[in-house]
Write a protein that binds this ligand. Sequence first.
Ligand code: GTP
Ligand code: SPV
Ligand code: MN
Length: 584
Amino acid sequence: MGIEEIREISDRLYEDVIKYKELMKPIEVVLIKGTKEEYDSIAKSMVDKKTLIKLNEKEYPNCYLYRSDRNDVARSEENTYICTKMKDEAGPTNNWVEEREMYEKLASMLSGIMEGKVMYVVPYLLGPANSQFSSYGVELTDNPYVVISQMVIANVGKDAIEGIRKGNYVLGIQATGTLDPSKKYIAHFPEKKLIITVNSAYGGNALLSKKGQALRIESYLARNKELLVEHMMAIEVINPDGKTYGITGAFPSSSGKTNLAMIEPPKDYKGWDARLLSDDIAWIKLIDGKLMATNPEYGFFGVVPGTNEKTNANALEVMKHDTIFTNVALDTKNNTPWWEGKTEKMPDSIEDWQGNRHFEGYAAHPNSRFTSPISQYPKLSKAYGSKTGLEVNAILFGGRRSTLVPLVYQAYSMEHGILIGAMLRAESTAATTGKIGVIKNDPMAMRPFCGYNMADYFDHWRKVLLNAKNKPLFFNVNWFRKGRDGAFLWPGFGENMRVIKWITERIDGKAEAIETPIGYVPSKESFDKGSISDGALEELLEIDRKGWIEELDAVKPFFDAFGERMPKWLWDEYYKLRDRLISW
Ligand code: GTP
Ligand code: SPV
Ligand code: MN
């Protein structure tokens, strides 16, 4: 019956489904139409099988806890591939295997992999319906957790089927397999608009609409369009005069995008407000010469630990109902979720993220997440879901850096802004497997997500921006600077509004700034520092000339790896910055 319905949608979809059905041999094929009944029934059958825990219905209506495999808790970049015909097309930042070779290897792994399981066909829409941002995908998966998660983070069902009927879609295959980490593959075939994940069911590895399609495949496809496909949050900021500012921010994984997207201005910021457009991905398109941002997603897949009334009350509001929690701890006394930072003291009745009563270290996994519909956010921008999006006035970059990088500084020009993005380095976090706290290059927060050679990607940025009539200003921010005692120098979260205010005043040409070799830094008088001490502010805005020269030296081998392909104008910017530092 499932198959017949699919035949009616489109020939291409029918052929794809039959092809992979014959290869993976599921017992049944089920087309997901996106209804609440389907969601509830899949969740219920998981609860019955004890693969999902229903949380306290009074306190957390319609909420569930999912515990993933202990070896499948984050994106694994070492198993993520861009498979094109030529290696150079993927560039030095991506793992590459020749397209056919990888396809053949995966096809043999997929053979019979769904035996005894149901194969769900999940059609989804990314971006607003019937707009120039609309893009379509179909995920074939044997994993019910993946199905219900996709139903939250993408627009699954009717709107998608309408589009898939007409034409193009990206095909994604997620086969759970044994979850053996040594056999994990997250392979992208951008030329074929195909993604295949085997042996992972977690997050960006398995929810293929997200990093796989909305970033890797779409960035590859955007090369020939006036479109930037970015790992960015986006908000609309409103000042007391009612003037609005579109601000986007590219911060690497687990470095503050969701929290800034959900910012609540401090108490003394009367008349200021912020509305959310996106917390993780923004597609920025030139429309009538203006840079307009949209959010392709329909839900959040956000970090939970650290969330409380003080840091992010709006996130708490979102998670209160209709939410899937993944890998948080469980308070068995009242069957509610718990995580580090939720309450000051951990209750006694806690089971950790794996269900252990006795455990050492953290109770909730540091990369534990909440999956909730974006419609539950209390203050969405009107641009969300609109066909034209939000006009972008400022672009922020920001890595997690405990030293060197000031709280905020502004680029001198568009090219300098792109250099700042290209030079972005950040301490690694629990969002990916591997060591935490190691400084890595992560240009525009896109190193793990750019579906093609990043040297071309830098050039693409410049090309799109050269054609923009509304030139955005570029800033770098760093909420994570630490003092000698190891504590954060800046209170962060809602207090980041003080930095945003300075940025809006720069847009209006009002706030005063000091010229330094790295860019404009706020003058003390122009910056509303809140309750931090003068000493802390001084440290947060200081420029360490020697440290910056070392930073440039550290970036050089990374840039060198792009060889001849690296744009000359970017090297010119790099050397201009170096000269400014040396002659300072
Ligand atoms: P991904 O979903 O992985 O892309 O992460 P993200 O960039 O959306 O990061 P998110 O906002 O979820 O924050 C990650 C972690 O950093 C959480 O534990 C937050 O509590 C913490 N965090 C976010 N903003 C701030 C801030 O301004 N200051 C400090 N000190 N911590 C922050
Ligand atoms: C990230 O790592 O940037 C995330 C989480 O947003 S995941 O969806 O798992 O990629
Ligand atoms: Mn992200």
